[in-house]
Design a protein around this ligand. Sequence first.
Ligand code: NAD
Length: 290
Amino acid sequence: MILLDGKKTSNEIKEEIAKKVELLKQNGKKTPHLAAVIVGENGASLTYVNAKVKACEKVGFESTLINLPEDTTEEKLLDVIRDLNTNDEIDGFIVQLPLPKHIDEHKVTLAISPAKDVDGFHPENLGRMVLDLPTFLPATPYGIVQLLDRYNIETSGKSCVVIGRSHIVGSPMSILMSRNNKVGNCTVTLTHSRTKNLIDYTKNADIIIVALGKTEFLTGEMVKDGVVVVDVGITRVKDDTKKSGFKLLGDVKFDEVAAKASYITPVPGGVGPMTIASLLMNTLQAVETK
Ligand code: NAD
């Protein structure tokens, strides 16, 4: 079994980006600038946003964190987005999800200028992805594609099962894995909460991408020998032995599945860091394609 080390791979990507940023600066070009908007005090979201800002520093980007209170109105958030859309200093920005219940996520996603949508959630960018046109790929699926690519995992002609059909992970992932690309050309089955006899699909899969948010859901008996497994799930579980008071669990029962897998991502240190690397890649692309 080989660990698909997202931490190591994301650090390699960050080094590559840092070199490109250095070149941009030497050539008198603009330093890439990513802004992140967060609404409220959700602990996990704050952790993710802080990690994104820290990653910007590491590669030499400028970054701006806009922290809005939980009771921010939808209109106020849309105003902030409109300002970011027209602010020439900002090359790309994200609005950290989930948002408080009183704010319509779809309205927010639609308000972000597609040219600055470095999370790749805007319908225009998703549409461009489907049509194989240059675009910002959604950050988590893009990170997974990068990870599979950099480990030279053969995907062509393979059977790929995606578990979970969210707009930000499962659905775009299923499209990317079926595209005619180096990482792609799979025969994809997109499974979800209404799928019957899931094991019939997973047991025959060469590649399984798990994104449903249920801890240790994929077990050893559900997979075949030699399978490639990508675990997207991140759930905080109370753990008093940890300083933070919690540990992170994925959607895969790691020990059981790793014993049968040829490649597998750990949690933490797998897909999470790759998502951040993708965000940086998209932000650099926003500057380079201006
Ligand atoms: P979501 O929570 O929006 O949706 C869950 C999906 O799982 C749904 O499509 C549902 O149909 C499916 N599902 C539920 N029960 C199922 C079952 N029994 N069998 C098959 N499918 C089932 O999904 P999400 O936003 O993609 O998040 C999934 C997990 O991935 C969460 O743990 C989240 O924290 C994590 N996540 C991690 C990253 C990262 O960067 N590592 C990024 C995004 C999400």
